[in-house]
Design a protein around this ligand. Sequence first.
Ligand SMILES: Nc1ncnc2c1ncn2[C@@H]1O[C@H](COP(=O)(O)OP(=O)(O)O)[C@@H](O)[C@H]1O
Ligand SMILES: [Mg+2]
Length: 473
Amino acid sequence: MRTLPFRLGRFTLFDHVASGGMADIYLARVKTELGGARLLVIKEILPHLSQDPRSSELLIDEAKLSAQLTHANIARVEELGRQEDTLYIAMEYVEGLDLRELLKQCSVRKLPLPMEYRLYVVRELLRALDYAHHYQLEDAVGVIHRDVSPSNVLLSFSGEVKLCDFGIASVLRVGGSASETIEGKAGYMSPEQARGERLDGRADIFAAGILLWELLAGRRMYKAAEGTSLIELARKGEVPALRKLDLPDAGVLERIVARALAAAPTDRYATAAEMFDDLYGYCLGTRQMASALRFGEWLSSHFAEEKLARRRARERALMALEHGPVLVMEPIPSVAGSIATPPTAASEEGPLDALVGDAPAEPARTPKPSPSAATLASNGPLRASREARESGATTTKTLPSPAPEDPSDEVPLGTDQSTARTSSPSTHRSRDLIVDATRARSAEGASAGGHLKTVVAVVLALAIAVLLAKFLG
Ligand SMILES: Nc1ncnc2c1ncn2[C@@H]1O[C@H](COP(=O)(O)OP(=O)(O)O)[C@@H](O)[C@H]1O
Ligand SMILES: [Mg+2]
């Protein structure tokens, strides 16, 4: 796993989302052309697999294939990128959790997942499958996912359901069926897939049937006993009986499950749309319809706070870093004319007296001498820090940051570039400089308000420093 934040192409990776068998998944920020920023998910091939042609081929195929699929129920892939040895795909960020995680959380917290939401998730998944199975490519008539399983079903806090991970998907050629290699998760495989036979969309329908079965039963469908393996169970395709469902018209639902899980593909639903229609009809007839809005609210109310707190904090820390090395903390000598102490030494000794931003260029208040200690004292910390930087002297501590793309875009933290800084005659240099720094934020601010703003600025900067320390730690 990368040490974060990490720059990959245009993207700044700042949070780790998941690690799979082939790739690491990160949350990343990217700057948009109009100056904003948005979040994306980066799926990066694991470092030890970056030289493996088969893994690279899978990721490239996944990117090429899913970049073409445009559907509300499929996670959108935006681009395939390479940086040195690293291959990655960038895709839309579905803020929420995957179905596997949801089921685990519900089980750990003993939180029942309302039945209408269970049925809703399967209906939405079927919409994705029907679209993929009928997707027309140049020389093919459909895409088979082959890895329909809870971890590949993403649920957003707005109630969307999106199928992801077309990593082992295959295309269905005209007049034929796809793929013979056994790939995918044994626990969600159709018998024909587990036997390595040729497949069509009905393999995915079987997997959707397992998901429905498990959502209704509240447990895994295939459980390998001692001496057997999941793949053996999947090959046989022996579906355990559902326990009696305490639902209206339960028989209708049981028949839907049985047809989706028929061992022979010819006895199964021929299309995902047919299964969707039956399920939709059942939900409508038994008043178990759920809306995306309500589902999203339910998910958010139970999981969003915990799930997003850390992520948001990391994003805020990254944004602070992106603003560049502009935050300079320096002590201010308390009495004018006192012998200047080199800022680094002074900052180690006492508490922080002021936060001074790296302000835009301003007309020089005095002729610009070399940054001797005496000059630093007479011009105060603000000028001292700028001059020291200009001369290359390292008298200030700056925050580490990735190289900004366009330094001219940067807005220093804690300063307002639109307001002019005014100098003030000083007897008490420290107070004057605090006012000076405050004026940079608000030229017309009242002097009483100036102190208040300075206190706020100090607290803000300390908070940012603590955040950054956490983030980098
Ligand atoms: N676009 C996305 N938005 C949010 N989370 C995602 C996204 N894509 C993947 N994830 C999370 O990362 C996990 C692994 O991603 P996936 O593409 O399935 O990789 P793998 O091939 O390793 O299974 C998913 O189960 C999900 O939890
Ligand atoms: Mg996956």
